[in-house]
Design a protein around this ligand. Structure first.
Ligand code: HEC
Ligand SMILES: [Cu+2]
Length: 356
């Protein structure tokens, strides 16, 4: 007994260490084990319940098995044949009823939550409706009732149900924000629905969870939950007339070489990410972190203007197979490239209360 306690004592810090190490993977939490909203919490509770029941079964079955192996083992010199039994009603009823009870304990809440989480709030006036379209390898978010489209960074108000309607533009993708809830396939030609809630302000990392091509692993996005006031400000800033580069030549180049695919402002949505207010986004392309925007810059992060420059110069370097041509193919001079990168980095909407 003494001994076992000592072993446990020594193992515990080790286990805690591992848990810490795992939770530190990536900068925003990609773990379902640290839920940040009611949907993820419900899902985590179900995980705990099913793992708990399974662990209980394993422990009990192994304990009985080991006990029987030792207690009834053949002793030296004993050559007798044990008593032969055939069936035992009492035992059979016990080992049928116990699993049935366990299945009920697992099944009832599972079914209840599966239907609960599938609730459709698309007619609910209080819920915010967002249409998600997954593209190889970026995310488009359309706020239908507000007349806004954005990309790569989903802005939501806290304390509201967000009802997502999801589809895919090319192949199958899957929408997943591990710490908030999910996941749900986005299939071309059909619409899937799911709601999520964001009780806390913050930036949460989203992922594509369905292998969709060479840059699948880079198909990240951010969900940014802000206060209701900030959200209102964001909506009106997004709807304000688009801001073109001040320099006429640069504006011309930008219009001719970029706006055939992209859009700024909310008229003429293009085939590529809407760039309105891109200077506020945590990342470029979902993966290049902007050291002057994120709250916790890390070694290797670059300022937005630099990330934009590098991305526009050669997007294939960061996301192989993505659908944006490089600067040479776009016919951009180095001057235009630098000026456009700076213009985009400065394109901020200033909607957060802190003014950041
Ligand atoms: C042929 C269409 C096309 C043209 C032309 C084009 N882009 Fe893109 N661009 C895309 C696509 C598609 C993506 C999304 C790539 C991905 O992440 O998979 C993209 C992504 C971007 C992003 C990242 C957006 C984000 O939210 O992080 C920026 C910035 C960008 N483009 C700027 C430009 C600029 C500046 C030009 C003009 C020099 C330009 N693009 C020309 C198609 C285009
Ligand atoms: Cu994908």
């Amino acid at each position: 007994m003494m001994n076992r306690r000592r072993v446990t004592k020594r193992l515990l810090p080790l286990l805690a260490g591992f848990a810490l190490l795992l939770s530190a993977c990536g900068r925003e939490d990609l773990s379902t084990l640290n839920p940040q909203g009611p949907v993820a919490e419900t899902q985590f509770d179900l995980m705990k319940l099913s793992i708990g029941i399974m662990a209980l079964v394993v422990v009990v079955v192994f304990a009985i098995c080991i006990y029987v192996l030792i207690r009834f083992r053949r002793r030296p010199g004993d050559t007798s044949i044990p008593k032969q039994v055939e069936g035992n009603h009492k035992l059979e009823i016990i080992w049928t009823v116990i699993p049935l009870a366990l299945l009920l304990v697992l099944g009832v809440p599972t079914i209840q939550h599966v239907f609960g989480l599938a609730k459709d709030y698309s007619k609910d006036k209080e819920a915010l409706q967002v249409k998600v379209t997954a593209h190889q390898y970026w995310w488009e978010f359309e706020y239908k009732d507000l007349g806004i489209t954005t990309a790569q960074e989903l802005i939501v108000p806290t304390g509201k149900k967000i009802m997502f309607e999801m589809t895919g533009a090319d192949v199958k993708h899957s929408f997943w924000i591990p710490s908030i809830g999910g996941k749900m396939d986005t299939n071309p030609g059909t619409t899937n629905k799911m709601y999520l809630e964001f009780p806390k302000e913050g930036v949460f990392r989203g992922k594509c969870a369905e292998l969709c091509g060479p840059s699948h692993a880079y198909m990240d996005f951010k969900a940014k939950a802000v206060s209701a006031d900030s959200f209102e400000r964001w909506v009106s800033a997004m709807k304000a007339p688009a801001k073109m580069p001040e320099d006429v030549e640069i504006a011309k180049a930008f219009e001719a070489k970029c706006l055939l695919c992209h859009a700024i402002g909310q008229e003429n949505q293009g085939s590529a990410p809407n760039l309105t207010g891109i200077g506020d986004r945590q990342t470029i392309g979902g993966i290049l972190y902007n050291s002057d925007v994120v709250a916790d810059p890390q070694p290797g992060d670059k300022p937005a203007a630099q990330n934009l420059h590098d991305w526009i110069k050669d997007p294939q370097q960061y996301k192989p197979d993505n659908k944006m041509p490089n600067a040479a193919e776009n016919g951009l001079t180095e001057e235009e490239l630098t000026a456009i990168a700076k213009y985009l980095a400065d394109y901020k909407l200033d909607y957060q209360s802190s003014g950041k």
